[in-house]
Write a protein that binds this ligand. Structure first.
Ligand code: AMP
Length: 213
């Protein structure tokens, strides 16, 4: 009997560069060079297993609704999207970074509501609510580091890796909101219907993560 078609949704960009070697270790190899192609879906060396390459923020959507069976996406985007709609069985321990608050160096405490700029509005809302702090949330889609210098916000909530981007813009990290790394997520129905192949892939990926220490 033919194995069922299985679609794995990958996050394009920085995560992809770290995920492809891990997939290769798990013996899942795209049939052509993803980095050089403008295609969005690729066959692999395994019959009926396909890779699709999309924006990270769309990976949870594709997996929740079952158009992709498996997704690989940053924990930041899972926290922002909400983690109810799928399983999250494996931490790949790659593309590690931190979700943090940041403020201008030597910022004086703000009287009244703190203005917070971010693209991670759900994460920010939840975090400040847990702190019992009333804020004014300002949604941006990029270049968050610019907002305090331009007088748009008092603080930002963003991803920090080396901290160089913050520093270059006169900001410094303050509070840690969450440790971030890439996770494997699985559609709930697929986990039942395609259990054999999904367990096989998860096992291979888990061994690859362990082998990399
Ligand atoms: P850095 O200057 O090293 O602190 O990097 C900060 C910027 O790089 C952030 O604003 C993010 O947009 C991006 N970045 C760093 N690490 C990651 C990651 N693991 N996933 C997604 N974006 C990241």
């Amino acid at each position: 009997m033919n194995s069922p078609r299985l679609v794995i949704a990958l996050t394009k960009g920085r995560i992809l560069e770290e995920v492809l070697p891990l997939l290769r270790q798990a013996n899942i190899v795209p049939a052509e060079d993803i980095a050089r192609s403008r295609k969005l879906i690729f066959d692999t060396n395994i019959e009926n297993v396909q890779l699709m390459v999309i924006r990270g923020s769309d990976v949870p959507t594709y997996v929740e609704f079952g158009s992709a069976d498996i997704g690989i996406v940053g924990k930041d985007l899972i926290l922002e999207y909400g983690s109810e709609g799928f399983y999250e069985p494996l931490d790949l321990k790659i593309a590690r970074c931190r979700m943090m608050t940041a403020e201008p160096v030597n910022a004086v405490p703000v009287q009244g509501r703190l203005k917070v700029a971010t693209k991670f509005t759900n994460i920010a809302k939840r975090y400040y609510a847990e702190q019992g702090k009333q804020i004014e949330l300002i949604k941006l889609s990029g270049a968050l580091e610019l907002a305090p210098a331009m007088g748009l916000a008092d603080a930002i909530v963003d991803i920090v890796d080396t901290g160089n981007t913050l520093k270059a813009n006169g900001l410094e990290p303050r509070d840690l909101i969450a440790e971030v790394s890439s996770r494997v997520i699985v559609n709930k129905a697929s986990m039942k219907i395609k259990n054999g192949i999904i367990r096989d892939i998860l096992g291979k990926l888990r061994r690859a993560v362990e082998a990399n220490g």
